[in-house]
Design a protein around this ligand. Structure first.
Ligand code: SAM
Length: 263
């Protein structure tokens, strides 16, 4: 049974979107979010740096997909707007892109809706990744996504918030079934190689909230994207994917870029 999505604005319960906003230096967070983030930063001050690495991975991989001809992007678990946005990045490659910015948190939706107001190519949607059939239908009808053409499915910073009993592999497979050849999947996932103290502390700080995180091993994460062609260098810590000899971080965040090959 799925945990409920965040409802309205509850400043007393931390959310992943607002914790992440705080880590990135944003202002759209409350004391409870900052306290949860500070607990992480106490053990691992490099978590802020990792948040920026993750943004770099997201925009770099989206750019790669745009260069490969993808013109429609589904940014699921989009988070509170941060610069540069996915739209800024991919529209610099191809001005005719379309972006659907989806999140299940009404606070995030309010922000993305304001961001999208002046950008006809961007549609903000309140939607839950864990309900793929409903989401795919709404992406068609509300965001004008044509699943007959390649899409870029961006699942960055979101898969580890889907618990095992919420069946992440089945949800991803449902998307894969409707993704045309030439489509891309870009994802990150928190890994069990992370220091134990950090894992325990995050479990304590976020227990029972939607910010609760399921750490998975590299082979479990590879299983989640079964059926996709995983591009080099594979499912690796995002620093390896970005290159430039970036330092390792306490929280080990795996990332990968996959393609739907022609049948
Ligand atoms: C850590 S933030 C990542 C934001 C952005 N993708 C990035 O990488 O900068 C995670 C986001 O995923 C959203 N989220 C978590 N579970 C979700 C779900 N089942 N459906 C839609 N959004 C979800 C949260 O509300 C939050 O905004």
């Amino acid at each position: 049974m799925s945990r409920s999505a965040p409802e309205g604005i509850d400043p007393t319960t931390p959310t992943s979107a607002r914790i992440y906003d705080f880590l990135l230096g944003g202002k759209d967070n409350f004391r409870a979010d900052r306290e949860a983030a500070m607990q992480l930063l106490e053990i691992a001050p490099d978590t802020r740096t990792l948040a920026w690495f993750s943004r770099q991975f997201l925009t770099g991989a989206a750019e790669l997909a745009a260069h490969a001809g993808v013109r429609q992007f589904l940014d699921i678990g989009v988070g509170i707007p941060t610069s540069p946005s996915v739209y800024d990045t991919v529209s610099a490659v191809a001005p005719d892109v379309r972006v659907a910015s989806v999140d299940f948190d009404p606070v995030v939706h309010r922000h993305t809706d304001a961001f999208a107001a002046s950008l006809p190519a961007v549609t903000a949607m309140l939607g839950d990744f864990r309900h793929p059939d409903d989401l795919i239908e709404r992406l068609r009808t509300e965001a004008g996504i044509d699943f007959g053409q390649p899409i870029g499915l961006l699942l960055v910073g979101v898969l580890h918030f889907v618990m095992d009993d919420e069946r992440p592999a089945e949800v991803i497979a449902r998307f894969r079934e409707v993704m045309a050849p030439g489509s891309y999947l870009v994802f990150t996932h928190a890994c069990t190689d992370t220091r134990e103290e950090f894992v325990d502390r995050t479990a304590y700080a976020t227990d029972g909230t939607t910010a609760q995180c399921a750490y998975r091993s590299r082979s479990d994460v590879e299983q989640l994207v079964n059926g996709f062609e995983v591009l080099d260098p594979g499912v690796v810590p995002i620093q390896e994917w970005i290159g430039h000899n970036l330092p390792p971080t306490t929280l080990v965040m795996l990332g990968g870029v996959c393609r739907v090959s022609p049948q």
